[in-house]
Design a protein around this ligand. Structure first.
Ligand code: GLT
Ligand code: MN
Ligand code: MN
Length: 375
């Protein structure tokens, strides 16, 4: 594919990153076991670098198994850092796994059990230390188990208080150690819990304003999660960017009304994905273009790299369409006509304004044809 059109060949300057857990996803689901062998982080680093990615991201336990001894940790880190340097790959973001072990079955930071909250916060602090060792500037916090099935068991106000205490402790830890790190909170409405607290990026933004150090905390919106909540990711991401809170992003795709699919970027919704790319490119977003998606369960080891290549190439194709949008005389003609009207200063005529046609049908059709390659 790449040979046909090198213009869409990713390079490190594009700042594409992938989680170890994304290409490393083994295809397990609630109805079937793994279909792919585990992928070593060292092989992942080599492969991603060869494909043109800029970096790799990880949960603490994607790299260092839970319960590893200090010496095991040191050895794993040494080998991983060597691979990063051999293949010139960065680790711009790390995160913490607060969802896999049974201890987290009723939440981590929002657990009603003080000892579990303590363990979860300490685990997150250690993951922050790991991030610092790997040079990460962003720490993502995804509260996948912070939620409920039985509302008789916990008042969400208590959950909010505990969540806030937890995040406040993390910012104190970062400040005390003078780490150049910021936290990005990721929302999801449900799955694996029936309801997850702070279900949307908008809810996260409101919560962040109540923290001790709101300037250190932003959001990591995921396209699929906004869509699961029936929302438009272009709007959520736009609001976060305008608020100076878009610290990181999880790019993928999702069909409406389904489980969290984490589909290859833009594989389902080309137009929606185009507007997300447009927002990132036009809006001055400086962070990595991070893919949090996984290959179809139908794929073998080779298909994993087709998946990764696909995420990056489609982003670049859509970025090219963003340039074409800006250069398209007809599209820009309609937009500038609308702008001229918006600035009219003559006496306001309610009926005349009520009779105006906005040309949105024409505008949208032009975008559709642009995306289909008909222009
Ligand atoms: C998990 C989740 C993702 C989060 C990851 C970060 S873990 O795979 O489904 O959306 O971004 O913790
Ligand atoms: Mn995600
Ligand atoms: Mn997801």
């Amino acid at each position: 594919m790449a040979s046909q059109s090198d213009k869409f060949q990713p390079t490190k300057a594009d700042h594409f990153t992938f989680g170890l857990w994304t290409v490393g996803n083994q295809g397990r689901d609630p109805f079937g076991d793994a279909v792919r062998a585990p992928l070593s982080p060292l092989v992942t680093v080599e492969q991603l670098s060869k494909l043109g990615a800029y970096g790799v991201t990880l949960h603490d336990n994607d790299l260092i198994p839970l319960g590893a001894s200090d010496s095991e940790r040191e050895k794993i880190l040494r080998d991983f850092k060597k691979a990063l340097s051999d293949y010139d790959l960065r680790v711009p973001m790390v995160t913490v796994n607060l969802f896999y072990h049974p201890v987290f079955k009723d939440g981590a930071f929002t657990s009603s059990m003080a000892p579990i909250r303590r363990y979860a916060i300490d685990k997150a602090k250690k993951a922050i230390d790991l991030g610092q060792e790997l040079g990460a500037e962003t720490f993502v916090l995804w509260g996948g188990r912070e939620g409920s099935e039985v509302d008789a068991a916990r008042d969400p106000r208590d959950a909010m208080k505990h969540y806030r205490q937890g995040v406040n402790e993390l910012t104190e830890h970062i400040l005390k150690n003078r780490y150049p790190m910021r936290i990005a909170m990721e929302a999801k409405p449900n799955e694996p819990r029936s309801d997850i607290y702070l279900a949307t990026t908008g809810a996260m933004l409101a919560f962040i304003a109540t923290l001790d150090h709101p300037e250190m905390v932003g959001v990591n919106p995921e396209i699929a999660h906004e869509k699961m909540a029936g929302l438009n990711p272009y709007h959520s991401i736009g609001q976060a960017l305008e608020a100076g809170k878009l610290f990181h992003i999880d790019l993928n795709d999702q069909k409406p009304g389904r489980y969290d699919q984490d589909l290859r970027f833009a594989s389902d919704d080309l137009k929606g994905s185009f507007y997300v790319v447009k927002m990132l490119e036009d809006g001055g977003y400086q962070g990595p273009r991070h893919f949090d998606a996984h290959p179809y369960r139908s794929e073998n080891a080779e298909g994993v790299w087709d998946f990764a290549r696909g995420c990056m190439r489609t982003y670049l194709v859509l970025k090219d369409k963003v340039h074409k949008f800006a250069q398209d005389a007809e599209i820009q003609g309609i937009l500038s006509e609308l702008k001229t009207w918006s600035e009219r200063e003559d006496a306001f005529d309610r009926d005349a304004w009520g009779a105006v046609g906005y040309q949105y049908e024409k505008l949208d059709q032009l975008v559709v044809e642009l995306l289909l390659g008909a222009r």
